[in-house]
Write a protein that binds this ligand. Structure first.
Ligand code: SF4
Ligand code: MSK
Length: 661
């Protein structure tokens, strides 16, 4: 840890947050303390040392050409324009659009990689993977008009591949999953001209329009932002989720452990962190290979312990019950335990800082994807045609690190069990039963007021705010007020660590939601997987509209979304596809806009007037809950079901009276 470690050292002048103020994750707090004792810097301390640029935070600057960069005055936004004459609204809309483009590109490229794999499997060129869920294959194919009757799995799969390729490449026409969008929502999109074509075209056009001297009307730029974001949510992300389910199995509830205590001192610990499930699925086979288990034992280990982090971790937890060590803000901290023998990463949300921390603790850090190399990490390319070449090698290197461990190991003994894996399909079955699987009981419970509404609480953690705290406080407020919470990504892990992903957590819910949870045996917080799995929430919303009784479009639903601790451009794309789909979506931490500008008014109200959803912002979880509940109540009133809710509260009071007799 000597020379290189010095480079990762916390600078003496940095004013550090106390671990308790930096995170509500006890394990991360302990590892932050240890990192400081060891003289190692992680993102939480780097954030304290580097204040965010106030002009950039409000998106009041532009560096799209060499006449700039141009900085406008966020306090008096119409007092200046850029050298080219660009106004604050143009500059903000372009900056926002580029975040949408980058986020959508990340998800759609991930989805395209899944589709590439599917093609190779269907064509028999990859023997290591098969179609594990033929029922889902048929359902997905049928949902987009592919004939399935009396046809073989191979025939259907070939047609499905061809059809889904259009999600990316088609020059004109609507993407295949537009067929899943409720008719009235689709009509609104058609009226506004935002039904997506292929994602490649939408992203390309958005990048073109935001070049100097092209689109200089904030409303027109935002129209293309909506179209591009929709090509992510109903396109690339949805393809990724559906193909992953077809190849690896559709999740159903499974008990899994979360937190750093899932690491085992006497075992070879391997963490997989990233977003594509392929590396992880193959790693699962490698760690179970008898020869490698024997090699681990020869090295003195009791076995090989495979653990996930971030989103592919959530996906594997949902599908197979693989333990999960933590979310985005804990990825460096977990290495500080000294117990991680190898970490394999693929794409997205992989901090470059991992390389330095891994070097300090002797952990082998492997990049595996051609899209993501990191200076200082070892690269072993993962090729789905020969997956074990990479995954076996990572295991072998992890075993050798275990054998030569020469630093003390300190694992926080904290483990939080919970139930995860609530796919759209399972919610159907769970609420409606095997023979009449349906969302009708969910809608009925919303109409009768036991469930006030539904909230999607998703997204990252961000070292600019106390880790997990905003997620947990928000969700507690929502369930206390009978709002059923659907979750994905790092938010799901925050709630799992807080113990809210258990059926017992129903005691924290309001009386109506508690009654439903107890009747079904489900937690009040339903974890649905990774960030691309937000598409499961879209499908659930479309199904709620289709089942009836809650309006004709997604915008009519008593529903809201939130990303309370967001940090990535992917989160902006997700937020914007929720908004464009009709959902009120509230972000915390910060929002890249100057308040009271025309662009701000468009995002926070104008889009809703056009028949879409709208954005909201507050860093305060309690205020966020109030804003979301007020929106849900507004929608209930518009649907004429607000009275039903009053009646159910009376019923509960009656029951309490009876119980007291
Ligand atoms: Fe400045 Fe216009 Fe160039 Fe942006 S595009 S840097 S506002 S001159
Ligand atoms: S990993 S995008 S920090 S959710 Fe999907 Fe977590 Fe956000 Fe990355």
């Amino acid at each position: 840890m000597e020379k290189d470690k010095q480079k990762a050292t916390v600078k003496p002048e940095t004013k550090l947050l106390s671990p308790k103020d930096a995170t509500s994750c006890e394990a991360t707090a302990r590892m932050l303390e240890k990192a400081r004792r060891d003289g190692v810097e992680i993102a939480i301390d780097r954030a304290a040392a580097m204040k965010p640029c106030p002009i950039g935070a409000e998106s009041a600057c532009c560096k799209h050409c060499a006449m700039g960069p141009c900085r406008l005055n966020a306090r008096d936004p119409y007092s200046k324009v850029g050298v080219c004459g660009a106004t604050i609204d143009t500059i903000q809309a372009r900056n926002f659009a580029r975040m949408v483009a980058a986020g959508a590109a990340a998800h759609t490229d991930h989805g395209m990689a899944m589709l590439d794999l599917f093609r190779e499997v269907v064509n028999g060129r990859i023997p290591d993977y098969t179609i594990k869920d033929p029922i889902k294959l048929r359902e997905v194919a049928e949902s987009i008009g592919i004939a399935v009757n009396d046809r073989s799995v191979e025939e259907i799969a070939r047609d499905l591949y061809k059809e889904l390729e259009r999600t990316y490449t088609q020059v004109e026409g609507e993407i295949p999953f537009a067929r899943r969008v409720p008719e009235k929502t689709l009509e609104t999109w058609r009226r506004l001209g935002i039904v997506p074509r292929g994602a490649m075209r939408e992203i390309m056009e958005l990048m073109h329009r935001t070049h100097i001297g092209v689109d200089q009307h904030y409303e027109n730029i935002t129209k293309q932002s909506s179209r591009t974001a929709l090509s992510d949510g109903w396109g690339g992300s949805m393809v990724s989720t559906e193909i992953s389910d077809i190849l690896y199995g559709t999740p159903s509830p499974v008990l899994a452990e979360v937190n750093m205590g899932v690491l085992k001192e006497n075992q070879v610990n391997i963490i997989i962190h990233g977003h594509e499930p392929n590396l992880f699925e193959s790693m699962l086979e490698s760690v179970n290979a008898p020869t490698l288990i024997e090699a681990a034992k020869q090295a003195g280990a009791e076995g090989i312990n495979l653990v996930g982090m971030c989103c592919s971790g959530s996906e594997m937890m949902s599908r197979h019950g693989i333990p999960h060590a933590g979310n985005f803000s804990s990825t460096e901290a977990v290495i500080v335990t000294g117990a991680v023998d190898a970490m394999g990463v693929d794409i997205q949300c992989i901090k470059q800082g991992l390389a330095k921390v891994a070097q300090c603790y002797g952990t082998h850090l492997f990049t595996t994807n051609p899209r993501c190399h990191i200076e200082g990490a070892q690269h072993i390319e993962f090729d789905e045609h020969h997956p074990k070449v990479c995954t076996d090698e990572i295991v072998i290197r992890a075993i050798s690190r275990f054998k030569n461990r020469n630093l003390p190991v300190e694992i926080p003994r904290i483990v939080n069990p919970g139930v995860h894996g609530f796919s759209y399909e399972y919610i159907n079955y769970m609420l409606g039963g095997t023979f009449r699987g349906s969302y009708t009981p969910l809608n009925d419970n919303i109409i009768n007021g036991r469930i006030r509404g539904v909230a999607g609480v998703v997204g990252c953690t961000n070292p600019r705010v106390k880790q997990d705290w905003v997620h947990v406080e928000l969700v507690k407020e929502l369930i206390k007020n009978d709002v059923l919470v659907l979750q994905t990504g790092c938010s799901q892990i925050a709630l799992a660590k807080a113990g809210l992903c258990t059926p017992e957590a129903a005691c924290l819910a309001g009386p109506g939601l508690q009654e439903v949870c107890e009747a079904v045996g489900m937690p009040p917080v339903l974890g649905m997987g990774s960030c691309v799995d937000n598409s499961r929430i879209l499908i659930a919303a479309a199904e709620m509209v289709r089942v009836g009784g809650l309006g004709d479009s997604i915008a009519d639903l008593p529903a809201a979304g939130a990303a309370p601790e967001w940090m990535s451009e992917k989160a902006i794309s997700i937020g914007h596809y929720f908004v464009a789909s009709g959902i009120y979506t509230v972000f915390g931490v910060t929002f890249p806009v100057v308040e009271q500008t025309k662009f701000h008014k468009l995002l926070f109200g104008g889009l809703e007037a056009q028949g879409l959803g709208k954005w909201g912002y507050t860093p305060d979880p309690y205020k966020m809950a109030k804003m979301m509940i007020a929106h849900i109540d507004k929608k209930r009133k518009a649907l004429g079901i607000d009275k039903a809710r009053e009646r159910i509260l009376l019923d509960m009071a009656d029951r309490r009276e009876i119980a007291a007799l």
